[in-house]
Write a protein that binds this ligand. Structure first.
Ligand SMILES: [Zn+2]
Length: 90
């Protein structure tokens, strides 16, 4: 256990998350977020099925980390491309 916990690594798939800038800043509050845009991520893959079974719509969510508040949560998406236009290089 010598590895330090890096909050920008997705805990669901172990991939580095992408820095993401919201086109509608007010809805997230922070200037930017970290979002896991790995299409193989289990959290995102399971989300399609879970959302459809629980609320009957075709949507999913990606793992999101807010570096300003330190909080994590779901980032809702309706397609594989949703949100990808907001990815910004570190
Ligand atoms: Zn992930």
């Amino acid at each position: 256990m010598s590895e330090e916990h890096d909050p920008t690594i997705c805990p669901h798939c172990g991939q580095k998350m992408s820095r993401w800038e919201s086109p509608a800043v007010e809805s997230w509050g922070s200037e930017y977020q970290y979002i896991c845009f790995n299409d193989e991520c289990g959290y995102y893959v399971r989300g399609w099925d879970h959302t459809f079974r629980t609320i009957g719509i075709r949507a999913s969510y990606r793992h999101r980390y807010d570096p300003n508040t330190g909080q994590t949560g779901p980032f809702p998406v309706k397609s594989e491309e949703d949100g990808k236009d907001g990815i910004v290089p570190e």
